[in-house]
Design a binder for this molecule. Structure first.
Ligand code: DHB
Ligand code: FE
Length: 292
């Protein structure tokens, strides 16, 4: 049986990818961030998931606004980095897992989540930056990747509750796949940021940290937060955080937060990272800390 062994929440800020690709991730600006994510990379080497199921959003790279699907799953054998206007990132292409992805698609659709099936898509910073955060700069990604895209860009987005329930359905789909493979599920995006308008530059670390506490310990307390609240408190793009609720829904009710790291600002955002393991079924044994 396939098994969800870890839940990862991470922002997907494009500047992180650019700085890694350009070899400019050094100096005072990056020092704390580099130390903070290294702890997560070390943990990832122990967890070593066979498959990363990455819940992300496309930023009008693979999908134009001509048609916007609420939830999509990539079933292709391979996903190339998208050209976001300055050439594709020089990172490896992602190897998919078509058989498993089709299985998940079928299970979700029979569970009445009407997924859009994507046979071809390039993946933008929403997916490649989380991989870079967790794995650094290898010549090949050491896992298979299943992209699951959520529309958080075009109103009306799905509710947090729907995202949370999608996570539960993903867990069921994973556990009904017969192969003994391990899966890490990523929720990406956020935390607070606003890239446009009069409030451009908004960051609300206090709101984010409270939200993170509840997302981990008591997700029922955050799953029904309205879109208006996210936009008011966490900025127009802060709503990306609903994707973390998909990840949380796929984990047990009780989790151990093995590690948390936050830093502001990174680019225009409050960077957030959380590593979760199921309390009753830990794959590692420690709680990790970052020594500042
Ligand atoms: C930034 C963050 C995002 O999530 C994104 O998609 C684009 C830009 C930023 O902080 O600059
Ligand atoms: Fe984004």
């Amino acid at each position: 049986m396939a098994k969800v062994v870890a839940g990862i929440g991470t922002s997907h800020i494009p500047l992180i990818g650019a700085a890694m690709d350009n070899g400019s991730m050094h100096g005072e600006y990056w020092q704390r961030f580099v130390g903070g994510v290294q702890v997560a990379r070390d943990w990832m080497e122990t967890v070593k998931p066979d498959v990363c199921l990455i819940v992300f959003n496309d930023h009008a790279s693979a999908f134009s606004l001509e048609s916007v699907a609420t939830f999509s799953i990539g079933v292709a054998p391979e996903f190339h980095p998208a050209d976001e206007g300055y050439g594709p990132r020089q990172v490896p292409s992602c190897q998919g897992h078509s058989e498993f992805a089709w299985h998940i698609a079928e299970s979700l659709i029979l569970d009445e989540f009407d997924m859009t099936i994507v046979n071809q898509m390039d993946v933008d910073h929403g997916l490649t930056v989380p991989l870079s955060v967790m794995y650094g700069q290898p010549s090949e990604w050491p896992c298979k990747v299943i992209p699951l895209a959520v529309n958080v860009v075009q109103y009306p987005q799905p509710t947090g509750n729907r995202c949370f329930n999608l996570g539960k359905a993903i867990r069921k789909a994973v556990e009904s796949f017969p192969d003994d493979i391990t899966v890490a599920i990523f929720g990406t995006g956020g935390l607070s940021h606003q890239l446009q308008g009069e409030r451009a530059g908004l960051i609300n670390t206090e709101y984010d940290c409270n939200w993170l506490d509840k997302m981990v310990e008591d997700p029922m307390a955050v799953k029904d937060i309205s879109h208006t609240e996210y936009i008011r408190e966490a900025g127009s793009e802060g709503i990306e955080a609903i994707m973390w609720l998909v990840m949380r829904g796929a984990m047990d009710e009780k989790v151990d937060e093995v590690y948390r790291f936050t830093h502001a600002p990174v680019s225009n955002s409050h960077y957030g990272l959380t590593l979760l393991e199921n309390k009753c079924d830990r794959v590692t044994s420690d709680v990790l800390t970052f020594k500042e």
